[in-house]
Design a protein around this ligand. Structure first.
Ligand code: NAD
Ligand code: 44H
Length: 383
């Protein structure tokens, strides 16, 4: 069994690649970083180090890497002969990997079992986004190619921090992991991924993950950065920040309970587990990684505006979420192009234009005016 995984970065090596290896797949990583590709091809094995309570080391073998910028034909050939394709490149990069997968499908033997495709990104229905990108690329060949693949959305959860200089191909991760995958697209033959959880309806899982883990994480990062703290675990050690994160998670939990009928006690336990994970001091995770790409994080279906808009529609509280969005507006990292753009735009744009284009909210939506107030408050501080 063969798998091609796009994006050999933190989660690619520290989680998706690891589980595919454990499922018996021979693994081809595809990445655009020549340093990373050379490093992967320079070793026969790498170690995934779990740090924190109960952490163990696992050795991954049976992989190679291809630089898709230099050797797209090799990637296309690997896709054509693969059983599984996964991605962990970031939601904004899916459109760049789509052409390679489409070309791989075109080369694929039509009598082969359908290629099983899963985008493992922090986004609602990321695989559907990839499929749409592929459809656009394929144009009028899509009808012929579509049947050569099946597409399943997925929710992946494991904190994998940026790796320290000199770590090589090894990856430091937290012990916890969860991978929920839509089952129906696979019919009777789901991929063999030990530890993955196949579900009939992914919506409650991906929303619970994105609006609890990622909303809480980003809130910790933005308030932490504002307080001048570097590490996520240190940010949560500040009682004032911890209280703000708790308040945000109370709001998203109320929405999730209301919308998906989750058991409030189970959701409270899920929250507590997540906060314990964030507090893992052995994990060298920073506010800069977790806060990265603030414009993406402030967009319409993401971890702040997504739950806040739905909570406002249902008459539920959103004050804490608005407070966290206010902290996101302050996030400034010279090495993060989106943070730089955010800081430029909030200084230059009219508050209503900024609110509309960053959040994607309709001006008639009840949340719009409240976000605009926060934008105006930040602009007043900057004036
Ligand atoms: N790190 C985590 O804790 C974590 C957990 C769950 C989900 N995720 C999600 O996984 C995705 C990747 O996150 P990450 O933390 O591993 O980031 P990362 O930056 O460590 O890895 C991304 C990799 O993608 C590569 N890449 C960029 N453009 C590419 C292209 N066109 N083709 C192939 N590879 C390309 C980069 O070179 C990099 O190696 C994101 O969507 C993220 O939200 C991350
Ligand atoms: O990857 P992002 O930028 O969407 O979000 C940053 C972190 O919150 C995220 O990577 C978490 O570590 C991960 O989602 C945990 O499963």
């Amino acid at each position: 069994m063969r798998a091609v995984h796009f994006g050999a970065g933190n989660i690619g090596r520290g989680f998706v690649g690891l589980l595919l290896h454990e499922g018996g797949y021979e693994l081809t990583f595809s990445d655009v970083s020549s340093t990373l590709v050379d490093a992967i091809n320079g070793v026969k094995q790498y170690t995934v180090h779990e740090v924190g309570d109960g952490g163990t080391d696992t050795v991954v073998t049976g992989f190679r890497a291809i630089n898709s910028a230099e050797h797209p034909d090799q990637v296309i050939e690997a896709v054509a002969g693969a059983h599984v394709v996964t991605t962990a490149v970031g939601p904004t990069i899916l459109k760049f990997v789509a052409p390679l997968i489409v070309s791989g499908l075109a080369l694929r033997d039509p009598s082969s079992p359908p290629l099983q495709i899963m985008a493992c990104e922090n986004a609602i229905n990321a695989t559907d986004l990839l499929r749409e990108d592929m459809k656009t690329v394929a144009g009028n060949t899509w009808d012929a190619l579509e049947g050569r693949a099946v597409f399943a959305n997925a929710a992946v959860d494991r904190i994998v921090p940026a790796q320290p200089e000199g770590a090589g191909v090894d990856v430091t991760v937290e012990p916890f992991f969860e991978w929920a995958i839509e089952r129906p697209p696979f019919g009777d033959v789901p991929p063999n991924i030990p530890g993955a959880h196949f579900v009939d309806d992914l919506a409650p899982y991906i929303e619970r993950k994105l609006f609890t883990v990622n909303t809480g994480h980003a809130t910790t990062a933005y308030f932490g950065a504002q307080a001048g703290v570097e590490k996520i675990s240190d940010a949560l050690a500040d009682p004032a920040i911890a209280a703000k994160v708790d308040a945000v998670l109370e709001e998203t939990s109320a929405l999730l309970v209301d919308k998906h009928g989750l058991d409030p006690q189970t959701q409270a336990e899920y929250r507590a587990t997540i906060l314990r994970r964030f507090r893992n001091a052995a994990l060298p995770d920073t506010v800069w990684r977790v806060g990265r790409q603030p414009l993406r994080k402030l967009s319409r279906h993401e971890r702040f505006v997504g739950p806040a808009a739905e909570a406002a529609d249902r008459g539920l509280g959103v004050d804490a979420l608005l407070g966290a969005m206010g902290a996101a507006l302050v996030f400034d990292d010279a090495e993060d192009p989106q943070a730089v753009e955010l800081q430029r735009r909030i200084r230059e744009e009219d508050a209503a234009d900024f609110t509309g284009s960053v959040t994607g909210l309709d001006p008639a939506h009840p949340l719009f005016a409240r976000v605009q107030d926060i934008v105006e408050a930040r602009q007043a501080e900057l004036a």
